[in-house]
Design a binder for this molecule. Sequence first.
Ligand code: HEM
Length: 212
Amino acid sequence: MNNRQNALLRTTYAVRMSHWLMVICFFFVAMSGLSWFFPSLNWLNSLLGGPQLARILHPFMGVVIFVLLTFMFIRLVRYNLPEANDLKWFADIGGVLKGEHNEELDTGKYNAGQKVLFWGIMGLITLLLISGVVIWRPWFAHLFEIPVIRIGLFVHALAGVLLMLLIIGHIYLAFWVKGSIDSMSSGYVSRKWARTHHPSWYRQVTGKKDAQ
Ligand code: HEM
């Protein structure tokens, strides 16, 4: 997206910075997490400086991810609230996957699928933070009984794997919908992109009554 005059600002600088900083931390946290999950992937912890350093850095970087996502939550939650219109999107999921753009869906800033992803990410990161504190040695784990720590370990591993699967889907969709990456890199999208994928948001930001 080079022609900024004709483009629409979709994502502010602060949100973009939070997103990409969080992506870098997420990569390291996910890799070190996987290295403890599967013995065959042990070598992955060398990405964070070896087993000892990875063990120290993993929880701190996890907290950084939580803080950055909390900022994104505050900035984006109002666009991700469920609406009656979202049901139409789910009902037309076949058409959405075929890349048809059913005007009746009249999608706002984020579609129903993106909203599910948003709440999934926010829910899982909250579970990861809570369970992570419970199992965080040497700082907090001693405050909890062994059975609670066991539950914490289970929840942490489960939420971690689910979040990684969700993020793989998120990355796939970000590349699948051409123009989305611009939204998170330059911050701008073309008018055509906005009109095609998010007509209701397009009308809102351009003040136009119809989506022409
Ligand atoms: C290489 C990895 C990633 C890529 C390419 C990517 C791409 C994107 C893009 C293009 C958007 C904007 C979509 C739009 O404007 O319509 C977005 C939004 C977002 N991303 Fe990512 N992302 C990545 C990793 C992550 C990770 C690891 C997380 C969280 C753990 C994450 C959380 C989010 C959230 C919360 C939003 C806002 C969605 C909403 O408000 O509905 N992303 N991402």
